[in-house]
Design a protein around this ligand. Structure first.
Ligand code: NAD
Ligand code: TDX
Length: 332
């Protein structure tokens, strides 16, 4: 049994990971989270209090981070500014949290000899053509497009340098697009579900041909646990569940599952520099660590996610108005 420090544990994927750890392992968890607009303590409600402790703070605060890292066995680093559209509007928080925050954690784990797992994204590889038969692998060159993905790429490179130069015991994972409960309403799938629940038409950027490779957040969590337990130090593992879908198909499926006509959505202004397609080849993770996704049916996973948003209006409602006001200013 160990104590895991989960940074960003009040965010979407971090909170799903904390639920996963508490429900399926004997590890205890300390969450370090700044509670930005994207963090929500309610996402950790219902978890046994003696298993999870919560610290509100910034991963870029060296004294706090040193103190928290000194009393944990391993760090799983989810905290980040995570939304591409926000990074186009104001990049500064992305440089602070994604770069300085990761640097601050690396210095602390270096001092204390603590195991470190860095959570990253497939967006560091840039994008693929729609008809490209290749998918991203661990060998794909970095080629990020947005301020968000470039700061995530930078954070990955910091981790690699700290492994090589200082012997930090770190691993990295780059995952594709996650869906599931507790995702902020700014993101594609929750935005459309909550729009429909509010009587607003879903909004599709451009023609909606862009492809994302969807994975359920629980499958991301199980993959991260496998890497923590069995991954080789210094290695990168790509996480994906063969879930490629174009945005138009996803919005049509959401509408259909919610009993609306499949074409009851609006096309809005496209995202600047919009990545066309992401696709993950997770052979290394599957062959080396024996990991497999549990959620193989996207429609079922999406239906359960829709039900979750139906049942948890009090969780998402406070963010909805501000989020839509932001998009309205962008014309999206
Ligand atoms: P999120 O925006 O939902 O959550 C981020 C969390 O980090 C929030 O709780 C926020 O309060 C916290 N945070 C932000 N700045 C902080 C700081 N300076 N100090 C401490 N806490 C801070 O993000 P998410 O979608 O859950 O993504 C989590 C991680 O997974 C990120 O590193 C992201 O790059 C990566 N990732 C996300 C996806 C996806 O589909 N969402 C896919 C692959 C990888
Ligand atoms: O209203 C919308 N309409 C729309 O068509 C929104 C919010 C998005 N989109 C499109 C843009 C993308 O092609 O849907 C797709 C998904 O958009 P996001 O949910 O913003 O995700 P994406 O930009 O693909 O990035 C996500 O996956 C990789 C996460 O937000 C990142 O944190 C992660 O690294």
């Amino acid at each position: 049994m160990a104590r895991l420090l989960v940074t960003g544990g009040a965010g979407f994927i971090g909170s799903n990971f904390v639920h996963y750890v508490v429900n399926r392992t004997s590890h205890d968890v300390t969450v370090l989270d700044k509670l930005t607009y994207a963090g929500n303590r309610a996402s950790l409600d219902g978890l046994a209090k003696h298993r999870v402790s919560f610290i509100q703070g910034d991963v870029a605060d060296p004294a706090l981070v040193d103190d928290v890292v000194s009393s944990t066995d391993a760090v799983v680093h989810y905290a980040a500014e995570s939304h591409n559209d926000n990074s186009l509007a104001d990049s500064h928080p992305f440089l602070h949290t994604n770069l300085i925050g990761t640097y601050t954690l690396l210095e602390a784990v270096r001092r204390h000899g603590t195991r470190f797992h860095h959570i990253s994204t497939d967006e560091v590889y840039g994008d693929l053509e729609l008809d490209d038969h290749q998918r991203f692998t661990e060998e794909t060159p970095y080629n990020p497009s947005s301020p968000y993905s470039s700061t995530k790429a930078g954070s990955d490179l910091l981790v690699r340098a700290w492994v090589r130069s200082f012997g930090v015991a770190a691993t990295i994972s780059n995952c594709s697009n996650n869906y599931g409960p507790y995702q902020h309403v700014e993101k594609f799938i929750p935005r459309q579900i909550t729009n429909i629940l509010r009587g607003i038409r879903p909004k599709l950027y451009g023609e909606g041909r862009n492809v994302r490779d969807w994975i359920h957040a629980d499958d991301h969590s199980s993959a991260v646990m496998s890497i923590l337990e069995k991954g080789r130090i210094g290695e990168t593992y790509l996480i994906g569940a063969d879930g490629e879908k174009d945005n138009k198909a996803v919005v049509e499926l959401v509408l259909t599952l919610m009993g609306r006509p499949a074409d009851a959505y609006d096309h809005v202004k496209d995202r600047a520099g919009h990545d066309l397609r992401y696709a993950i080849d997770s052979t290394k993770l599957r062959d080396e660590l024996g990991w497999h996704p549990q959620y193989r049916n996207f429609e079922q996973g999406l239906s359960a996610t829709i039900e979750w948003y139906r049942d948890h209006e009090e969780w998402w409602s406070p963010s909805k108005e501000l989020t839509e006001a932001f998009y309205a200013r962008l014309g999206q």
